[in-house]
Design a binder for this molecule. Structure first.
Ligand SMILES: [Zn+2]
Length: 278
């Protein structure tokens, strides 16, 4: 059983009432620390990392409003990349949560709230929703974020990228994207494309790095940056795929979405793992 399989298993047992459910971090030394992106919601403060059973010192915690990834080269993505490259993060998890206010605030409400803070509509970008990355579905937001991280050129293909949803009432964690299933999908695809084009994966990556470094994106237009970066990435892959000899048809990298698991009837207000000795 791999790290997040053990985490989910222990979490579900704990939610079901198993007082002994927990994780033994020593068993997963090679898969720790984990890098986790969550929302800024303060209700998460007492829940993490306890509901995962991961020790605080092995839990690299990144937060932004709505656990949003705006693009493969965004500021948050750069922090995720450095969390792995500099701080030794072995696996990445995007953890959304139920009752997320970022997902429940409408455009009009948001504009009203800014106005109440003295910020008039004309001072905000025209595409307020897109600019702030507002979303309608917590699940879709996590799945999208995990997909963007998985395909980011600054995240190594060996790093599993998971997507989870945390029930803020029960502490139950639901797996939306199994990073072990999608692991290597993009790396394998790049390898196939690179082989077909007569290049090695390293050559492809250095080419990507070079060209990314040469593009100047306007810092203030997040939506536009996302669109440009995504266009650039898809264009790059398409360009390599269309080089002779033709690349073998590779399936598109799509995050695996396990069937939705219903919550257990008894809701436990705050779950804690017992992290005692074995
Ligand atoms: Zn939230």
């Amino acid at each position: 059983m791999r790290l997040f399989e053990a985490i989910i298993d222990a979490n579900h047992r704990a939610v079901a009432g198993d007082q002994k459910a927990g994780l033994h971090p020593a068993d997963f030394a090679s898969e720790l620390p984990v890098v986790v992106l969550t929302c800024i919601d303060v209700r998460l403060n007492p829940l993490l990392p306890e509901v995962l059973g991961v020790p605080k010192e092995q839990f690299i915690w990144l937060r932004n409003a709505g656990n949003i990834i705006t693009g493969p080269l965004s500021s948050t993505m750069r922090s995720l990349a450095l969390a792995c490259a500099v701080k030794g993060g072995k696996e990445i998890a995007i953890i959304g949560h139920t009752d997320c206010q970022i997902g429940r605030t409408t455009t009009m409400e948001l504009i009203d709230r800014f106005r109440a803070l003295g910020i008039e509509r004309y001072l905000l970008p025209s595409n307020v929703n897109e600019f702030f990355g507002m979303f309608a579905s917590e699940r879709a937001n996590v799945i999208k974020a995990a997909g963007i991280v998985r395909q980011s050129p600054v995240i190594g293909p060996k790093i599993p990228v998971h997507g989870l949803l945390l029930d803020i009432e029960t502490g139950k964690v639901e797996w939306l994207v199994n990073g072990y299933q999608t692991l290597g999908t993009m790396g394998a695809r790049l390898n196939e494309v690179a082989d077909a084009a007569g290049h090695t994966l390293d050559a492809l990556k250095s080419l990507a790095d070079f060209e990314i470094g040469g593009i100047k994106f306007p810092e203030t237009k997040i939506g536009e940056t996302v669109a440009k970066a995504e266009d650039w990435l898809s264009g790059k892959v398409h360009q390599l795929e269309s080089k002779p000899p033709p690349a073998p048809a590779a399936p598109a990298a799509k995050p695996a979405v396990p069937p939705r698991i219903p919550l257990p009837p008894p809701l436990r207000p705050k779950l804690r793992f017992h992290k005692g000795p074995k």
